[in-house]
Design a protein around this ligand. Structure first.
Ligand code: AMP
Length: 284
């Protein structure tokens, strides 16, 4: 695996590969890698000639500075994991490399309603920061395929909209959520859960499954209320549990109104904020 730390070297290398007709697949991450991330790389390796990953803890998408400081970082282990699965190229830039002094950032994109609800409402500025770094990384790597997880459903919808507005040729591919045996969605943040928190956290998947079971025969609002009750207990506090149109992310009155319905939730387990979702209906 080749490791690049600066933009120029990476671009010179990739230009040669593109010139040779190689299809480039890209997996952006913030590191502290787990099986969920690796599943994206596996997909990338199957689909592309050259798999490029990035590890960059992007400061501009952290609305809470303490969260940025505490974000887990395991660079040596990450490099070993990616080399072990046969990833071709890893880009690990510094903050200065991604946002060099004097580099003019493009105007923020208007995402309409997509960045307003759920994570957008609870993490002001998060999606603009995320979009900014994904745009910059796409500009550097110029991939044919971009692999992102369903785990961050709203992020996926926003990146899709960004690619549409910027008319980028990159093909965006959604990869399914990888879970622990007890249903907890894998996340870099899981290592920060306390013992008690780790035992409580699988309730998130239980609530999502309850929503799936009740999809036929119940109104979204009823299910949301039941889920909030299920997730409210000592040591655990839901921030939101919303059943939305999987395309527009707008709340839905009844399932018959939409082709795709998704339940999305954010829950604080102790001090750790976890997000998860489940597709309830997909007639798209
Ligand atoms: P992150 O490092 O958290 O920014 O995540 C990098 C990419 O991995 C994003 O596209 C995430 O949606 C995806 N991802 C994170 N956790 C999982 C998971 N448990 N299953 C599948 N994809 C995931």
């Amino acid at each position: 695996m080749l490791l690049f730390k600066n933009v120029k070297d990476l671009q010179s290398y990739l230009q040669i590969q593109m010139g040779n007709g190689k299809l480039i697949g890209f997996v952006p991450t913030m590191g502290a890698l787990h099986e969920g991330h690796l599943s994206l790389f596996q997909k990338c390796l199957q689909t592309s000639d050259l798999s490029v990953g990035s590890i960059f803890v992007n400061p501009t998408q952290f609305n809470d500075p303490a969260d940025l400081v505490k974000y887990p970082r395991t660079p040596e282990r990450d490099i070993e994991m990616l080399a072990g699965i046969g990833c071709h190229v890893l880009f690990m830039p510094s903050v200065e490399e991604v946002y060099p002094k004097g580099h003019k950032l493009p105007e923020p994109i208007d995402f309409g309603y997509l960045d307003q609800p759920m994570e957008g409402a609870h993490r002001p500025g998060h999606f603009q920061g995320m979009a900014q770094v994904v745009r910059r990384l796409l500009d550097i790597v110029q991939p044919d395929h971009l692999f992102m997880g369903q785990k961050d459903y709203q992020q996926f919808a926003i990146v899709k909209e960004m690619l549409r507005q910027l008319k980028l040729k990159t093909d965006l591919i959604m990869c399914p959520i990888v879970r622990e045996n007890d249903g907890l969605a894998m996340s870099s943040r899981n290592v920060r859960l306390t013992k008690e928190g780790r035992l409580l956290a699988p309730n998130i998947f239980r609530a999502l499954n309850m929503a799936k079971e009740k999809t036929s025969g119940h109104f979204p609002r009823e299910i949301e209320e039941d889920a909030i009750k299920m997730l409210s207990m000592p040591g655990m506090e839901p921030e939101y549990f919303e059943i939305v149109d999987g395309v527009t992310l707008r709340p839905i009155e009844q399932f018959e109104d939409v082709d795709v319905a998704v339940a999305c939730t954010a829950v604080k387990v102790g001090d750790i904020r976890l997000i998860d979702n489940i597709v309830l209906k997909n007639n798209a």
